[in-house]
Design a protein around this ligand. Structure first.
Ligand code: ASP
Length: 448
C-alpha cells in the first residue's frame, strides 16, 4: 500500500477509535487519560518532534541554496516579489471572504447568553494564558523591525522563523557576490545538509501512519463532538469558508492560471495535505511539503526551496479566513458594531497577523487576541472559540499548506522553470516507496 494511502488510513482509524473512546469511556475517563498520557500522546509527539527537528537547518539550507542557485540577484528579487505579491493577494482574498461570510450568516447572533457564559467559564484559564501571550507580543512596527534579526543563532533557538529566513536570504544573496570558487565549497556543504535533512524526513515519514493516527486519537478522544454543538454554526461557517477558498485556489490558480488538472494536482500533493491536517502545523509540514513539490510535482529544488519556507511562515490563507470569521463572530457575540472602515481594518489585520503567526498549532491565537482587543472585544472572548479550535486549526493549516503549494506551482510556471504538462512519473519516488528505498539514481537531483 503506498505511503499516502497508509497515512490517510491512519487518520481515519485514529479518528474513529478516538471518537469511540470519547463516547464509550468519556473524555476524562481513566482509560482515555491513560491512552493519551502513555501511548497516543508520546507517539504523536515523537512524530511531530522529528519534523520540528529538521525544520531550522532545512529552512536555512534550502533558502540559501535557492537564492544562490538562482544566482542573479535581480532574478531573486523578481521571484521574491512575485511570491510576496501572491501571498498578499491570496491572503487578502481569504480574510475578506471570511469577513463577508460571517457578515452574511451572522453566526454570533445565534449564540445563547447562557451558552456564552458557560463556554467562557470552561475555557477561561486556557484563555488567560493566550491573553498574557498576546500582551507580550502584539503586532506593531516592532514586529517588522524584529524580522531583521540581531542574532540568527538565537532566532533559530527561539523558533523565530522570520529571523532565520531573513538571515538566510541575506546570506544567500551575499554568497552570490563572493569569489565563485569559495562559494562553491559552501554550496556543496549546504547541499549536503539539505539532502540529509530531506532524507531524515523520508525516514520519519515512515512513522507517519502511526503518528498521524495517534495525534488524531488525542483530538477526538478528548474533545469529541459535544462542544461543536453550541458553536456548530460558527465552526461550520469556518469549515465551509475554508472549503470554498480551497476550491477557489484549486480552480482559479491550479486549473486557470497554472493549467494543471485539479484532480491530478490533489492526488500528487495529498501527503502534504494529510500531514498538515494531522499536525496542525505549517512548520512541521514544511519538510514534507518541499519533498512533495519536488518529487511529486517536479518543481525545481531551487524554486521549491525558496518559495515554500517563506510560505510556511508568511502565507496563511486558512488562518486569515478563520480570523476574519472569528473577529466578526465575537463582535456579534459581544454586541460590537463595526463600521465599513473598521471592517477594512479587520481584513488588513487578518493579513498582517497571518503573516506574523507562527506555523505551529494554535500559532495565530495570541495574535488574534490582540486584534480582538483593538475592537473592544474582551480578550477572554477567545475562550469561546478555543473549544472547537483544534478542529478548525487542522482545517485551516491544510488550507495554509495548499496555498503554499498553489503559489509554488504558479511561480515556477511563470519563471518558465517548470512545465505542468510534464509531471514526473511516480514509480519509486521516495514518498511512495514502500517498502525499501529507491536506488540512489532514482532520487531526483537536489540543490542548485
Ligand atoms: N496552525 C496554523 C499553521 O501552522 C497556524 C494557526 O492558524 O494557528 O499553519
Amino acid at each position: 500500500m503506498p505511503l499516502p494511502t497508509r497515512i490517510l488510513l491512519g487518520l481515519l482509524v485514529g479518528a474513529a477509535l478516538g471518537a469511540a473512546a470519547n463516547v464509550g469511556f468519556g473524555p476524562k475517563s481513566d482509560a482515555v487519560v491513560f491512552l493519551n498520557t502513555w501511548i497516543a500522546g508520546p507517539v504523536g509527539q515523537v512524530f511531530l518532534r522529528l519534523m520540528f527537528m529538521v525544520v531550522m537547518p532545512l529552512v536555512f539550507a534550502s533558502i540559501v541554496l535557492g537564492v544562490a542557485g538562482i544566482g542573479d540577484l535581480r532574478r531573486v528579487g523578481r521571484l521574491g516579489g512575485k511570491t510576496l505579491a501572491y501571498f498578499l493577494a491570496s491572503t487578502t482574498v481569504a480574510g475578506g471572504l471570511g469577513l463577508v461570510l460571517a457578515l452574511v450568516v451572522a453566526p454570533g447572533a445565534a449564540l445563547h447568553e447562557a451558552v456564552r457564559a458557560e463556554l467562557m467559564a470552561t475555557y477561561a484559564t486556557d484563555a488567560s494564558g493566550k491573553v498574557a501571550a498576546a500582551k507580550a507580543g502584539g503586532v506593531g512596527i516592532e514586529t517588522f523591525v524584529a524580522i531583521v534579526t540581531r542574532n540568527p543563532i538565537k532566532s533559530a533557538v527561539d523558533g523565530d522563523m522570520l529571523g532565520v529566513i531573513f538571515f538566510a536570504l541575506a546570506f544567500g544573496a551575499a554568497l552570490t557576490l563572493i569569489d565563485k570558487e569559495r562559494a562553491r565549497a559552501l554550496v556543496d556543504v549546504l547541499g549536503g545538509i539539505n539532502d540529509v535533512m530531506v532524507k531524515l524526513v523520508e525516514l520519519a515519514m515512515r512513522l507517519a501512519p502511526v503518528g498521524v493516527a495517534m495525534l488524531i486519537f488525542g483530538v477526538t478522544s478528548r474533545f469529541g463532538f459535544a462542544l461543536l454543538r453550541p458553536l456548530g454554526l460558527f465552526a461550520a461557517l469556518v469549515l465551509g469558508g475554508l472549503l470554498l477558498h480551497a476550491t477557489l485556489l484549486v480552480l482559479v490558480v491550479v486549473r486557470g492560471l497554472v493549467g494543471l488538472s485539479p484532480a491530478l494536482f490533489l492526488a500528487r500533493v495529498k501527503t502534504a495535505l494529510v500531514t498538515a491536517f494531522s499536525t496542525s502545523s505549517s512548520s512541521a509540514t514544511l519538510p514534507t511539503n518541499i519533498a512533495v513539490a519536488e518529487d511529486q510535482l517536479g518543481v525545481p529544488a531551487k524554486i521549491a526551496g525558496f518559495v515554500l519556507p517563506l510560505g510556511a511562515t508568511m502565507c496563511m490563507n486558512g488562518t486569515a479566513l478563520f480570523e476574519g470569521v472569528t473577529v466578526l463572530f465575537l463582535c456579534q457575540v459581544f454586541g460590537v458594531d463595526l463600521s465599513v472602515a473598521q471592517m477594512a481594518l479587520v481584513v488588513a489585520l487578518t493579513v498582517i497577523t497571518a503573516v506574523g503567526a507562527a506555523g505551529v498549532p494554535g500559532g495565530s491565537i495570541p495574535l488574534l487576541v490582540g486584534v480582538l482587543a483593538m475592537f473592544g472585544v474582551p480578550g477572554e472572548g477567545i475562550a469561546i472559540v478555543l473549544g472547537v479550535d483544534r478542529i478548525l486549526d487542522m482545517a485551516r493549516t491544510t488550507v495554509n499548506v495548499l496555498g503554499d503549494l498553489t503559489c509554488v506551482t504558479l511561480v515556477a510556471k511563470s519563471e518558465g522553470a517548470w512545465d505542468p504538462q510534464h509531471l514526473p512519473t511516480l514509480h519509486a519516488k521516495p514518498l511512495d516507496a514502500s517498502p525499501g528505498w529507491p536506488a540512489p539514481d532514482d532520487v531526483a537531483p537536489r540543490g542548485p
